[in-house]
Design a protein around this ligand. Structure first.
Ligand code: C5P
Length: 222
């Protein structure tokens, strides 16, 4: 097996996916965005008008759904039952409901199974909320990536404005704070820094500096 496992957890908007994707690119590792899987399922549930309080309906949907992450020029292409939802899963509507869907134990089981299967392949960088503690407990590098709420909201705002999504900075900050709270307070696999994860606070750091820090951790571990 070539390469190691790099696990990155952290709150919403900390830049996990940007950093994880870039680190994977430079190491020629597989990048796995687990948030995209929960987002895709949430998109499908909304599309199908499934009651998000109905845990068994959501669990059945998760078991019966085919989710794929395909490497693309710009990051990953996300397919759910063959349909390309790469852009749709980033919309505020999905962001607002994803934590509710991801809190359902019966949803997490097939998702974690898929994530672990993908990680068998080779060197991987995987980002999410429960990767260090649950999905890849034996990862050689474990990182908790975070930044202040103001900075996370600002970064997300720039991203959204560039895409032409109509949302204010205040609304985004409120959405992010709400999502963090839901992710931290849930019963199954809550968002928390794993004991053996290294804390990386990126407030005030630019992307390249963060990427370099992570690469250093990888080189030390390898
Ligand atoms: O990483 P991202 O912000 O795209 O994740 C969206 C949501 O998916 C999170 O707010 C969380 O509710 C859920 N999630 C999770 N476990 C993961 C990754 C994401 O519960 N490993």
């Amino acid at each position: 097996k070539a390469g190691i496992q790099v696990a990155i957890d952290g709150p919403a908007g900390a830049g996990k996916s940007t950093v994880a994707r870039e680190v994977a690119r430079r190491l020629d590792y597989l990048y796995i965005d687990t948030g995209a899987m929960y987002r895709a399922l949430t998109w499908l549930a909304l599309q199908k008008d499934i009651d998000l309080n109905d845990e068994s309906a959501l669990s059945l949907l998760a078991e019966a759904t085919d989710i794929r992450l395909l490497p693309a020029l710009e990051g990953l292409k996300v397919l759910i039952n063959g349909q390309d939802v790469t852009d749709a899963i980033r919309l505020p509507e999905v962001s607002r409901h994803v934590s509710q869907v991801a809190a359902v134990a019966g949803v997490r089981v097939p998702m974690v199974r898929l994530q672990q299967r993908l990680a068998e392949e080779c060197g991987v960088v995987m980002d999410g909320r429960d990767i260090c503690a649950y999905v890849l407990p034996r990862a050689e590098v474990k990182i908790f990536l975070t930044a202040s709420i103001e900075e996370r909201a600002r970064r997300r705002y720039l991203e959204m404005s560039a895409k032409g999504v109509d949302i204010t900075l205040e609304q985004l900050q409120a959405d992010i704070a709400q999502r963090d709270k839901e992710d931290e307070c849930r019963d199954v696999a809550p968002l928390v820094k794993a004991e053996d994860a290294q804390l990386l606070d990126t407030t005030g750091m630019d992307r390249e500096a963060v990427v370099q820090q992570v690469l250093q951790m990888v080189h030390k571990a390898g």
